[in-house]
Write a protein that binds this ligand. Sequence first.
Ligand code: TXA
Ligand code: MG
Length: 316
Amino acid sequence: MDQTELLAADDAGLARAAALLAAGGLVAFPTETVYGLGGDARSDTAVARIFEAKGRPRFNPLIVHLPDLAAAERIAVFDHRARTVAAAFWPGPLTLVLPLRPGAGVSPLVTAGLDTVALRVPAHPVARALLTAFGGPVAAPSANPSGKVSPTRAAHVMAGLTGRIAAVVDGGACAVGVESTILGLDGAEPRMLRPGGVPAEALEALLGQPLAIGGSAEKPSAPGQLASHYAPGAAVRLEARAAETGEILVGFGPVLGDLTLSSEGNLVEAAANLFHILREADLLAGPEGRIAFAPVPETGLGRAINDRLRRAAAPR
Ligand code: TXA
Ligand code: MG
């Protein structure tokens, strides 16, 4: 692959993006959470290209993106519980892990050979238009090299993957800014596999029960289970109330920094800013530098923000 096309999110750009997907090419596209790196989920070749472009460990299965619930029900088996959750939160920043429907036609590379599959119906109008134009299931991890910071703008995708993928559809900045919440509904107990754009509290209220925490560090079941992830070049320190010598401080609420996630202490704004600010702080700090983050409360979107920050700070 030589050049990555930067496509506008208009009819011509979406038609080109759908044609590239149909030819087995990789197209990065905006969702409300982060930019995804899409490929035809039915094609072993396209899915293998996703792993290659990201340099991603193969044991990590991918999320399949669909335009609506009807399309999702052709890939996985929904019970009453799954339909209730889908009705409440789709389209939106929620991924459901469900039993794979026999004969669904999804490449085994997508599910890493599991008998379950992760499905999501995104809300972003550009993602929905692309899924409709393409007319098939699209496997899409976040559009960044494996282990690095997720992209929330087309320029972030270009910075990490240019020359390695066919195209990027530019849909501006992502509104939610952290990946989807992953909810496991493949067993008796609903399991929280990754905190994300839908707060755990909202799912617990709908399901009327607390969520079990799924996965473990030994046996990764969702992305966050890998210790170091979202890693900038600079070292990261958490729970900082002031900068130490040589640190770039990222504030939140009353802690003022060189940059801030949200000066008002607003978690929605902080999530939307998180990955862009992580990149900006990394540039300011430089390769040998250090970044310190102010404390963020562990409620609502704060759980997803803190999860990503802990992984950015993890030993590597
Ligand atoms: O917001 C998002 O979810 C973004 C946008 C592009 O949609 N996508 C995303 O994909 O974050 P990715 O590939 O970075 O994260 C998918 C995670 C995997 O790391 C995997 O652990 C988990 O979903 N997953 C996928 N299939 C699974 C399965 N059958 N069982 C358990 N976990 C699964
Ligand atoms: Mg990712």
